[in-house]
Design a protein around this ligand. Structure first.
Ligand SMILES: *Cc1c(COP(=O)(O)O)cnc(C)c1O
Length: 487
């Protein structure tokens, strides 16, 4: 943490340069009395919307009052910025512009974590963005059949594409993969038992825990086998007259090694066929584009469909590289049950995500186009030359501004609970400073506009070119320079 650099400079600035540390209670009272009223200060912000001006004025005055009280009235009336009144106005304006700024806004992801869940997972392909914008801006064929001039289904826009890409008979898309699993388990399992391997009773994150999802579906969980080994014979023993479905869950965000065994999806589907039971496969991310070596550790959706799963569930905004969505691909019979369940309406996908999803699926029809145009794919497969050029571009921009930076080896990750073992080695731009604490610099970068989210390792700040395109890399380096100048 911080690499032991003294926090010089960065904390020594700010608006408070008090010249008289000793004060009396009378000073304090006088200064408190001299604070303007909210109304007075707000009237100086007349160019702003009234409500915003009043809130900002109140906030600035309250903050100043607290500051005076906690300093016991010490400090001058004048700050280095000028009169107290002018400072208060500046502070109020800063508050107003912060309050007017959207809370949900873009950031620059310099972490090298491609599917950073907290930063919104997959950035969309240009075509997907355009599709969402054009549908959002007006009316659309969301649930309208142009040929018949009558009501259609929102699923019609994507079902054929999902079937084509997965080999499935039928498909349904919902809000996210968690919703897809809940819907499949509820539609196929309620009132009965769902059999799950003990090795797959996992937590995916954000409170998605397989035992709880099964419980919420109204089915009873039957645990099969052991944590490290579950054989087909264990499933055979666990099935009974109450069994409604078998659930297989991909342990997305971890791997077990050593004395480990799980029944294959083909074995489970064969067992399901013999017992007359549907198999639900929660593939999590799932791989749609095959033959990409980096994705070898994710279950191919096509394989699960071909094995005969009733429903395969996977996410729209993980390796697929699209918007938040939950895709369900499987048999016509199972999907008809899912579609008819009341939860399907509650969990349905919205039109903006649907538009972006359709466009992303269209790109995925051509794996070449997909790897070129879907940002997640592009970042995953980015070559050494491209990454190095971008890292050098950042280093050069920093060096020109007098900031010591170098290009060295680093390791990016897929993130989003996918491919936990995959280390994407590559160049990163690393900077250190004698003058500022690096942790403090990272904090300041997050507070900037646009905010830059960077990793700190061994006292250096790392800017990973894998998750920054050329423009973002330039902005990130510029933000570092501007932040250090302000110190
Ligand atoms: C990520 C994941 C989910 C949840 O997917 P969301 O699209 O985030 O709802 C469910 N199951 C598995 C196995 C996952 O990896």
């Amino acid at each position: 943490m911080g690499g032991g650099h003294a926090a010089r400079g960065i904390e020594a600035t700010g608006p408070r340069h008090y010249d008289s540390p000793i004060a009396t209670g009378q000073d304090l009272n006088r200064r408190l009395r001299e604070l303007p009223s909210v109304e007075e200060l707000a009237s100086r912000l007349a160019d702003l919307p009234r409500r915003l001006a009043v809130e900002a004025a109140r906030g600035a005055i309250d903050a100043r009052r607290e500051e005076l009280v906690s300093n016991g009235g010490a400090g001058s009336d004048r700050t280095s910025d000028g009169s107290d009144a002018a400072t208060l106005e500046t502070a109020a304006r800063a508050r107003a512009s912060a309050a007017a700024r959207p809370s949900l806004r873009p950031v620059l992801n310099a972490t090298g974590v491609i599917l950073h869940t907290n930063l919104g997972r997959a950035p969309l392909a240009v075509g997907a963005l355009e599709a969402a914008v054009s549908v959002a801006a007006g009316y659309s064929t969301l649930e309208y059949d142009l040929g018949r001039g009558a009501r259609g289904s929102r699923q019609d826009h994507v079902e054929g594409l999902v079937c084509e890409l997965t080999g499935a008979e039928a498909a349904l898309v919902v809000n996210n993969c968690a919703a897809a699993v809940l819907l499949a388990a509820t539609a196929l399992g309620t009132g009965g038992e769902i059999a799950v391997s003990r090795g797959q009773l996992v937590e995916i994150g954000g409170s998605f825990r397989v035992p709880e999802v099964v419980e919420a579906s109204g089915a009873r969980l039957v645990e099969v086998g052991t944590t490290n080994r579950t054989r087909l014979a264990d499933y055979e023993r666990a099935l009974g007259s109450e069994t409604a479905a078998i659930l297989r869950v991909h342990p997305s965000n971890f791997r077990t090694v050593g004395f480990v065994e799980e029944a294959s999806i083909e074995e489970l589907c064969e067992l399901g066929r013999r017992a007359g039971l549907p198999v639900i496969d929660d593939a999590g991310s799932g791989a749609l584009v095959e033959r990409i070596a980096e994705l070898a550790d994710e279950p191919p959706v096509r394989r699960s469909v071909a094995a005969g799963c009733a429903v395969v569930c996977f996410s729209g905004d993980k390796l697929l590289g699209g918007p938040q969505a939950g895709l369900m691909a499987g048999t016509a019979a199972a999907l008809a049950r899912c579609r008819a369940h009341p939860l399907a309406r509650a969990l349905r996908i919205d039109k903006l995500s649907l538009a972006a999803l359709e466009a992303t699926l269209r790109l995925l029809r051509d794996p070449e186009a997909a790897t070129r145009e879907i940002p997640v794919m592009r970042m995953l497969l980015a070559g050494e030359t491209e990454l190095d050029a971008r890292a050098q571009q950042m280093r050069a921009a920093l060096t020109r501004a007098g900031v010591a930076a170098e290009v060295e080896r680093g390791s990016a990750r897929m993130g989003g609970g996918t491919l936990p073992l995959l280390e994407l080695e590559g160049p990163v731009c690393a900077l250190s400073s004698e003058d500022v604490d690096i942790e403090e610099l990272a904090v300041r970068l997050r507070a900037g506009e646009p905010p830059v989210i960077a990793r700190v390792a061994e006292g250096r700040l790392l800017l990973d070119p894998r998750t920054l395109d050329d423009e973002a890399a330039e902005l990130a380096a510029g933000a570092v320079v501007a932040t250090l100048r302000r110190v």
